[in-house]
Ligand binder design. Structure first.
Ligand code: SF4
Length: 335
């Protein structure tokens, strides 16, 4: 992994709300799946995104690659779009940008078309973007990509059902790489795989990152997987980023009470690490009627009156001792 500090992607206060009808009179309200997220991703860097199911991490990834239109906010992709703002792109410009931003899905069983062989799955985007000519050039490029992903040339005429789960995820990765992207959102890419296969896929992704200079937004509910592959880690709660820091800093100095609660839920070899970690209490509130102030106040053992009224902003809570460690808590560093 390589962090050369050149910003590839900037996400500024991005929001994605889904309309829903609720109540006896069908009153319109909104699921606030992503509710004002801001961060920067450097070239060659991996940011891991963690949080409970339903916290908005997958929606955030899909909004960034424009599978969803953002409700509000700005997505700036380094040097790739007119005035850098892709939230306003349509048609051909959007298609061209999609070449550079790809998605790897969670479930290699359902994300591959069972009627297409590997050659078609991996290569169809090459033809639709006119990047190769049909025939030899097409076949050679597909072979090159699948070999890079640890598959063999004789696999190209086989169908998804003829592969194991790990091999299918290799096909999914090959499909994402076909257009030579520089940014990939990987949405729980190893959660459906056996633990023994997970590390092979993670190592493949890290090798490919090195070779191709890729940047990843790596989404997972599994903190040990995220720790393995990420440079920095962001923690999401009810559509918002509550903590963002380098992975060692985050694991050594978890500062937001929610991050501590998440870490408390995984076994650690050194029990002294549990000193300041509290198990999470209560249910995840609805993301339609989100709690006012700090959204975590209904579950936070440190909540005070101010927490119920004022939204804490994501800030570098101690730039001298903990540079680049951002936390959204009124009492960060004090509790
Ligand atoms: Fe807890 Fe208040 Fe901090 Fe929110 S702002 S995490 S409620 S102490």
């Amino acid at each position: 992994m390589n962090d050369n500090n050149r910003v590839l992607l900037e996400v500024n206060d991005i929001k994605k709300y889904f309309p829903v009808k609720s109540g006896a009179f069908g009153k319109k309200s909104f699921i606030k799946a992503v509710d004002g997220v801001t961060f920067k991703l450097n070239e060659g860097e991996t940011i891991g995104l963690v949080g409970e199911s339903g916290c908005g991490k997958s929606t955030l990834g899909r909004t960034i690659v424009r599978l969803y239109d953002p409700t509000d906010g700005q997505i700036i992709y380094h040097g790739k779009a007119i005035d850098g703002d892709i939230a306003s792109l349509k048609g051909a410009q959007l298609k061209s940008l999609r070449r550079e931003m790809q998605l790897i899905f969670q479930d290699p069983y359902s994300s591959l078309n069972p009627r297409l062989n590997v050659s078609n799955i991996v290569g169809e985007s090459l033809l639709s973007h006119n990047l190769v000519k049909p025939g030899e050039e097409y076949k050679n490029r597909v072979m090159e990509i699948i070999e890079m992903c640890g598959l063999s040339p004789y696999h190209i005429y086989r169908y998804p059902h003829q592969f194991s789960g790990g091999q299918r995820q290799r096909i999914g990765i090959a499909r994402a790489l076909a257009l030579n992207p520089d940014f990939i959102v990987a949405d729980e890419p190893v959660s459906a795989l056996d633990v023994s296969i997970q590390s092979q896929i993670l190592n493949l992704m890290m090798d490919l990152q090195e070779r191709m200079g890729l940047s990843y937004l790596f989404i997972s509910h599994d903190l040990s997987v995220v720790k393995h592959i990420s440079d920095r880690i962001g923690v999401m709660y009810l559509g918002s980023l509550v903590e963002l820091a380098g992975k060692h800093e985050l694991y050594d100095q978890p500062t937001h009470p929610y991050t501590r609660a998440l870490l408390a839920a995984i076994p650690v070899p050194d029990p002294t690490h549990l000193r300041k970690m509290e198990p999470i209490i209560g249910e995840l509130p609805s993301n339609v009627n989100t709690p006012p102030g700090c959204k975590f106040h209904t579950r936070c053992p440190y909540a005070k009156d101010i927490c119920k009224e004022q939204i804490p902003i994501l800030r570098e809570f101690n730039p001298v001792k903990h540079p680049n460690h951002f936390v959204a808590c009124h009492f960060a560093g004090e509790i």
